[in-house]
Design a protein around this ligand. Structure first.
Ligand SMILES: O=P(O)(O)OC[C@H]1O[C@](O)(CO)[C@@H](O)[C@@H]1O
Length: 559
């Protein structure tokens, strides 16, 4: 599509956003009593209810026209077919191939034959073969560990697995383990990410070196935090078991096979993946080995199957019923139509406590960009700030702002219909709170009602005047409700893939590359200079840093 058509489609959406009353939601329900059903879509186990947004009968067609003009379908098919959609790194984004079951073919090349689609087909064929071979090795290794055929140096079975990784090599697996682990599971999993050794010291007392298996999870195998922690843990194992024996407790999950070999990990325990899989999309690859070990192979396979179910929906569903696209268009409407710069994700399920953290990386590392894929400066805002906490904790933390601050913060409420505990009263209260928050944001409360209620409860006129305006809720604050019947590996796989594809759609809509992350590089380089300065060497750091270094050194000297 010519850029001018995309700009025209954006202009139409932005013009709708500037109309008086564009942010109104309640009136949409008055105008259309069937709105809840009309604005709800289902894919597999996932129900997406967009009724509590200001997407009205004129906005949705404009958003869908934008998706067509921006070539979202073309981008989606090119991604699935292995084309180099990650233009700045000259490679595909083939995380979907990790979810293709054994025996099934790769996704076909994007529409129409071209050099790009032929190259993509080659790349996706190679990535699929590698994914399936690695999966077979992961499965065999998991069985060896569980059945006691691969043992610790002293002949004991492994009971604990420590995944050392950061960013995408930590957040996805840690989130899933937190969601699905139960006390009867095959092993305990621990996630060590931060270079702060307090993190390691918090985990260490829970571990017996004789029974601890360590996975070094790093796509590049060069990440400072991960390599530092790997050395710490290796030192701990070496002290308990001897250096040679310690090496036998490690496996590596990486695309850098050479780096893993240099660390002393034999090839048989190095589980690779394709460099077409970005870190934040990698939990389905060997980066998920801690999940297979801790939860069991069947659970890991169900997770992949859940992701695959969402892939199939994404690739086949018409745009107007396509959940990932609808979620992306809702975000585009909020960010660019209405000017809302952030979004909260509130899972009403304690097991999903780390889901917001996973989405923070997935969405902000992918979409927090300043230039288009072709290098030109962005002409409109890109990814919003994403944050969240599980409900109901969020209600007693930041919901004050979401209810009353002048700039609305759209919310994703993630609800699970059935709990896996035996306290129906707790679960009823949990769900009631989630739905109540969505309703309160939508409906609000005006000052007349506040005054009447206060008067009816006997408040003095002076105190009514004092607080009435403070107790007003504007209403018309948007939220989406995402509902799954239960939380298990299959439904969680669907949820994670839903957001992954939402990110890809937004990349196409905004015309940016959602698969690179150049914005993390500068800080890494500067950390090298500051580290040298902290070691007492002169490293040419900025005067502000120099002053902070001096203050730190002074305080360290005072100990
Ligand atoms: O898996 P690696 O190579 O250690 O990288 C970890 C994380 O670091 C980042 O590159 C950001 O610094 C993320 O994209 C990635 O998930």
């Amino acid at each position: 599509m010519p850029r001018s058509d995309v700009e025209a489609a954006w202009a139409a959406v932005e013009a709708l956003g500037r109309r008086p009353g564009a942010a109104a939601i309640r009136s949409l329900f008055t105008a259309d009593p069937d709105r809840p059903a009309r604005m709800t879509r289902q894919a597999g186990d996932v129900l997406l209810d967009l009724s509590r947004t200001a997407i009205g009968p004129e906005v949705l067609p404009a958003l869908l026209a934008l998706a067509r003009a921006a070539g979202v379908e073309r981008f989606r098919d090119a991604m699935a077919g292995g084309e180099a959609v990650n233009v700045t790194e000259g490679r595909g984004a083939l995380h979907m191939s990790l979810r293709i079951p054994d025996g099934a073919p790769p996704y076909p090349p994007g529409r129409g034959h071209s050099e790009a689609s032929d190259a993509g087909a080659n790349q996706s064929g190679t990535a699929l073969t590698q994914a399936q071979q690695t999966r077979a090795r992961m499965r065999a290794f998991t069985a060896e560990v569980h059945e006691g055929r691969f043992l610790g140096a002293t002949g004991e079975r492994f009971t604990d697995v420590v995944n050392i990784g950061i960013g995408g090599s930590d957040l996805g697996p840690a989130m899933v383990a937190r969601a699905l682990w139960t006390p009867g599971a095959p092993m305990r999993a621990h996630y060590l990410a931060n270079v702060d050794a307090h993190a390691w010291e918090a985990i260490r007392p829970q571990l017996d070196p004789k029974r601890t298996l360590v996975l070094i999870a790093s796509k590049t195998f060069t990440t400072q935090e991960t390599m530092t922690n790997a050395a710490l843990v290796r030192g701990w194992l070496a002290e308990a078991l001897g250096d040679g024996a310690a090496a036998g407790h490690f496996a590596a999950l990486s695309t850098n096979l050479k780096g893993a070999a240099e660390f002393g990990i034999p090839e048989a325990r190095v589980f690779g993946f394709s460099d077409t899989v970005g870190g934040r999309f990698s939990l389905w690859s060997s980066i998920g080995l801690s999940l297979a070990l801790a939860l069991g192979w069947p659970a890991f396979e169900r997770l992949l199957a859940g992701g695959r179910a969402m892939d199939e929906h994404f690739l086949a569903a018409p745009l107007e019923d396509n959940l990932p696209l609808l979620l992306a268009l809702t975000e585009a409407w909020h960010v660019n139509g209405l000017g809302y710069p952030s979004r909260a994700v509130l899972p009403y399920d304690e097991r999903l406590a780390r889901f917001p953290a996973h989405l923070q990386q997935l969405e902000m590392e992918s979409l927090g960009k300043g230039v288009h894929a072709d290098g030109s400066r962005l002409s409109r805002r890109s990814g919003p700030v994403v944050f969240g906490e599980p409900g109901t904790n969020a209600q007693h933390s930041f919901m004050q702002l979401i209810h009353q601050s002048p700039v609305p913060v759209p919310v994703d409420f993630v609800l699970v219909a059935r709990a896996d505990h035996s306290n129906p009263d707790s679960h009823r209260k949990l769900l009631a709170n989630g739905l109540a928050q969505a309703e309160a944001l939508l409906v609000g409360k005006d000052e007349t009602t506040v005054r009447q209620e206060m008067a009816a409860s006997g408040a003095a006129p002076g105190s009514i005047d004092l607080v009435a305006s403070h107790r007003v809720f504007s209403g018309d604050r948007p939220s989406t409700v995402i509902l799954v019947p239960r939380l298990d590996a299959f439904t969680l796989g669907q949820l994670v893939a839903l957001y992954e594809h939402k990110v890809a759609c937004l990349g196409a809509l905004w015309g940016i590359n959602p698969f690179d992350q150049w914005g993390v590089e500068l800080g890494k380089v500067v950390a090298g200079h500051v580290g040298a300065r902290l070691e007492g060497r002169s490293a040419g750091v900025h005067a502000a840093t120099e002053a902070s270094v001096a203050a730190i050194m002074r305080l360290q000297g005072e100990r």
